[in-house]
Design a protein around this ligand. Structure first.
Ligand code: AMP
Length: 174
């Protein structure tokens, strides 16, 4: 519990970024403290270590920060989930709605084999649109979504509702 408090106090609220009305959860002060960063990875890996994770699917871009060390700690492969047009090889994609318009996420079509167990990692769960689209993409390619890991869940945005039925691990909630 004390550790969770440490984590929370190392997150900086930046009002009106990237636009008016958003309170951006800036995790960079936390990432700069090696013992806190290590704690996040260890606690998250401890939660998933018996779940036979084959691949960690990390969502661009802050998901990469946690997805890399998590994959190493779990003995799993790392798969980048990227915004449209960034991956060089053949891709599979999923689109999701934003406030205005849509966005598209892509992964390499050979990033994992059908039947492999995947963990989806990002820094923060807000409305759940990004995470849900990633799960749809993974499942379309035959993956079994074993769970989601986020450092932070913004509970008041009800993202969990979109991910009902999945295991969600997070260390910090607001
Ligand atoms: P959503 O699809 O609404 O769940 O949004 C999740 C994505 O947006 C994550 O990749 C977060 O990094 C980012 N995000 C959304 N809201 C915030 C916030 N208040 N502070 C920092 N990142 C955010």
């Amino acid at each position: 519990m004390e550790k969770v408090l440490d984590l929370k106090s190392a997150i900086r609220d930046v009002p009106d970024f990237p636009k008016k009305g958003i309170i951006f959860k800036d995790i960079t002060p936390l990432l700069g403290q090696p013992e806190l960063f290590k704690e996040i990875i260890e606690q998250t890996a401890a939660h998933f270590k018996t779940r036979n994770i084959d691949k960690v699917l990390a969502i661009e871009s802050r998901g990469f920060i946690f997805g890399g060390p998590l994959a190493c700690e779990l003995g799993a492969g790392f798969v980048p989930i990227r915004k449209k047009g960034k991956l060089p090889y053949k891709t599979a994609s999923a689109s999701y709605s934003l406030e205005y318009g849509t966005d598209t996420l892509e992964m390499h079509e050979d990033a994992f084999k059908p039947g492999e167990r995947v963990l989806i990692a990002d820094d923060l769960l807000a409305t759940g649109g990004t995470a849900k689209a990633t799960a749809e993409l993974a499942e379309k390619m035959g993956g079994k979504v074993a769970g989601f890991s986020f450092l932070i869940v913004l509970e008041f945005l009800n993202g969990r509702k979109k991910l009902e039925g999945y295991d969600i691990f997070s260390l910090i909630q607001y």
